[in-house]
Design a protein around this ligand. Structure first.
Ligand SMILES: Nc1ncnc2c1ncn2[C@@H]1O[C@H](COP(=O)(O)OP(=O)(O)O)[C@@H](O)[C@H]1O
Ligand SMILES: CC(=O)OP(=O)(O)O
Ligand SMILES: [Mg+2]
Length: 379
């Protein structure tokens, strides 16, 4: 059975075609800079049409007829409180995804567009939504409620939702298998363009650093992470900032870009080698936040079996893992720099042999996890 997976982010679209249940990837790719000035790809619908054309035309075609695709798995970023697992997309589900546009303005409209294009292109395929928020629906009330009046929860649906759930779920299941411990207490650290950490107890998310939207918690490529709301009031009142300017500042001009001058960790590292002060400060801030949340989540979990590094920075940035894991003996985390340099795209333990807490680097695979959940639902 062929399952096409579509993972659309705010400005990119990743896709992968799987043969299931063999778990065999047939082809994959990425469209970037969607909607940016000067880009020929104006929106996610256009991007997906290009992808489908590339897969079904020419000598390298992998799809002969639209009916070759049995199901399409869509990453949908926001599922609100309604979706606790994957859902077959019908008119009612589409309506719900649309209702959540205002809660995830950068993501859900793009996801919706891709659903419409896929419905038109593959009319006989099952369309399935896999939500970033679903894995976090197990978070208890004391962690998901904000300390503001109840009506803001009841009427405005303001609470912690959490994101990157598909990735946190996938890597924590890999870790439980590796540790042979289904009850494991884990901290999953996803460091991509967006960054978040999740405390996982016996396979369930119990707290996470992103909240109402994907802006809080860790420092990211262009997002600030946690910041006192007083800053927003101050800039509005004393410097005349508009809502749009504030949103741009915190979502698009902050994080590594704002502090270090570039949003890409590889470029930050290059600048650091040349002695750049801003780049130095950027990596200090970035690592410090992660360290701080490890302490917080060890307390939340009342113990710790392993921490997991994943996604672009988590998997590839050797120096960042060292900066986070050094001087953590108090928490029984004993790091091994020699092992740390050995990662080759598969699960690796980078703790010292005597370390009570394991430190794992695990390649995330959101596309495969989406295909797996999709297959389970339709077969
Ligand atoms: N070899 C590397 N060393 C350091 N950072 C890396 C490396 N490769 C990728 N990255 C970083 O990973 C980030 C992107 O991660 P990724 O998981 O692909 O993000 P997303 O899926 O959110 O677009 C970028 O900051 C990039 O610089
Ligand atoms: C929800 C989110 O932040 O996703 P991404 O990391 O793909 O931007
Ligand atoms: Mg990502």
């Amino acid at each position: 059975m062929n399952i096409l997976v579509i993972n659309s982010g705010s400005s990119s679209l990743k896709y992968q075609l799987f043969k299931m249940p063999e778990k065999a990837p047939v082809c994959s790719g990425l469209v970037e800079r969607i909607g940016e000035a000067g880009s020929e790809v104006s929106d996610h619908g256009v991007a997906l049409k290009k992808v489908i054309a590339a897969m079904s035309e020419g000598p390298n075609a992998v799809i002969r007829s639209p009916d070759d695709i049995v199901a399409v798995g869509h990453r949908v970023v926001h599922g609100g409180e309604r979706f606790k697992g994957p859902a077959i997309i019908d008119e009612a589900v589409k309506k719900q995804i649309k209702r959540l546009f205002s809660l995830a303005p950068l993501h859900n409209p793009a996801n919706y567009k891709c659903i419409e294009v896929a419905e038109q292109t593959f009319p006989h395929a099952k369309q399935v939504a896999i939500f970033d928020t679903a894995f976090h629906q197990s978070i208890p009330e004391m962690a998901y409620r904000y300390a503001i009046p109840e009506e803001y929860y009841k009427e405005h649906r303001i609470r912690v939702y959490g994101f990157h759930g598909t990735s946190h779920k996938y890597v924590s299941e890999q870790a439980m298998g590796w540790l042979k411990n289904p009850e494991a207490k884990l901290i999953s650290i996803h460091l991509g363009n967006g960054c978040s950490m999740t405390a996982v107890n016996a396979g369930k998310s119990v707290d996470t650093t992103m909240g109402f939207g994907p802006l809080s918690g860790l420092m990211m490529g262009t997002r600030s992470g946690d910041i006192d709301a007083s800053v927003v009031f101050h800039l509005m009142e004393h410097s005349g900032y508009t809502l749009e300017q504030l949103s741009t500042l915190l979502n698009k001009q902050s994080g590594l870009l704002g502090v270090g001058g570039t949003m890409d960790m590889r470029d930050i590292r290059k600048r650091l080698e040349q002695g750049d002060e801003k780049a130095r400060l950027a990596v200090l801030l970035y690592a410090y936040r992660i360290k701080k949340f490890i302490g917080a989540y060890a307390a939340v979990l009342n113990g710790l079996d392993a921490i997991i590094f994943t996604a672009g920075v988590g998997e590839n940035d050797v120096a960042m893992r060292a900066a986070v894991c050094e001087n953590m003996e108090y928490l029984n985390i004993v790091f091994d720099q020699q092992k740390n340099t050995q990662y080759k795209k598969e699960l690796l333990e980078i703790n010292a042999d005597e370390s009570p807490v394991k430190i794992l680097v695990i390649p995330t695979n959101e596309e495969y996890e989406i295909a797996r959940q999709c297959f389970e639902l339709v077969s």
